[in-house]
Design a protein around this ligand. Structure first.
Ligand code: 3PG
Length: 302
């Protein structure tokens, strides 16, 4: 089988070597399309392959239409909002992700962003410490749980938001109210997937409830934060801060208007570590080989 790795933002070289090893050991052929700049390159590359590994690459209905032989697509990562899952399902294509494989890298970035924002983005001046502050976790999946554990080690008081009590929630201080989470926490870390249900859910009503000096950390998707609500909250409350791993659509305008109240990484870097690339990339390759060898679809999302 031909397995395409299509990554506009490439994996670390050692991860590509590892993927190649798994694919070739299983008797398949690896095709590599990295750092492509044009959709046409992706459309051409998918034409004769049987499986695809992608990162945040946009797998639209047009790409799926061009991928005539593809049977399985694995998103090497957690969020698969970049894939037109409905179009895949209609074509009988299996879509999988690799949950948990890059979570630690994202959780470390969330902690790093909290420190960065508390220290005035490393500009001269008096900042504050994380120890003794309260952190709210919105989204207690693989990333949220890791952020919580690391924050405890830093001396933070952690509260999680949940609407159901599962075993993983039990040793944590929890609230069933998002309003309560935002109004009682100095920091809130957003770790939720982007779905039609979550888009814009972090709105003015929540952000503006944060206590004085509150800081919102978003290592999820930009769409989960309501941009107008964020703008209004930051305008009315110069003490509030927002750090994100995906810039808002109007980031240049926001930066001009809000200065040190806002920070966005230049390019999404939550999963940009050698370790995360290895974990997610190799898991994706193995999942595809397992599918072709024995029909395994353990991580299927459609
Ligand atoms: C994910 O959903 O796994 C992360 O956002 C990482 O995305 P990336 O592979 O594009 O860096």
């Amino acid at each position: 089988m031909k397995i395409l790795v299509a990554t506009e933002k490439p994996f670390a070289a050692e991860a590509v070597d590892g993927i190649r090893h798994i694919v070739e050991e299983a008797g398949h052929e690896l095709v590599l399309l990295e750092k492509y700049t044009d959709k046409a390159q992706l459309l051409a590359a998918v034409a004769d392959v049987d499986a695809m590994i992608v990162r945040s690459d946009k797998v639209t209905a047009e790409v799926i239409e061009a991928a005539k032989q593809v049977k399985v697509i694995v998103r090497a990562g957690a969020g698969y909002d970049n894939i037109d899952v409905k179009a895949c399902t209609e074509r009988g294509i299996i879509v999988e992700n690799t949950p948990g494989q890059n979570s630690n890298a994202v959780a470390e970035l969330a902690i790093g962003m909290m420190i960065y924002m508390s220290r005035n983005q490393f500009a001269p001046g008096t900042g504050c410490e994380l120890s003794g502050k309260r952190l709210g976790i919105q989204g207690f999946g693989n990333i949220g749980q890791l952020v919580a554990k690391k924050a405890v080690a830093l001396g933070m008081d952690v509260v999680i938001y949940t609407n159901e009590v599962k075993e993983k929630h039990q040793r944590w201080k929890a609230t069933f109210s998002l309003e309560h989470l935002y109004s009682s926490c100095d920091f809130v870390s957003v770790n939720i997937p982007a779905t039609p249900f979550t888009k814009g859910c972090v709105n003015y009503n929540l952000i503006s409830k944060m206590p004085k000096g509150g800081c919102l950390i978003n290592t999820a998707r930009k769409e989960v934060v309501c941009e107008e609500g964020l703008e209004q909250a930051l305008s009315e409350r110069p003490d509030l801060k927002y750090a994100t791993d995906i810039a808002p659509v109007r980031y240049a305008e926001f930066k001009e208007k809000f200065g040190k109240q806002i920070y966005a990484t230049p390019k999404k870097m939550g999963a940009e570590t050698a370790e995360a690339n290895m974990n997610a990339g190799l898991a994706a390759a193995q999942q595809i080989c397992d599918y072709f060898a024995m029909g395994c679809t353990k991580f299927k999302v459609n």
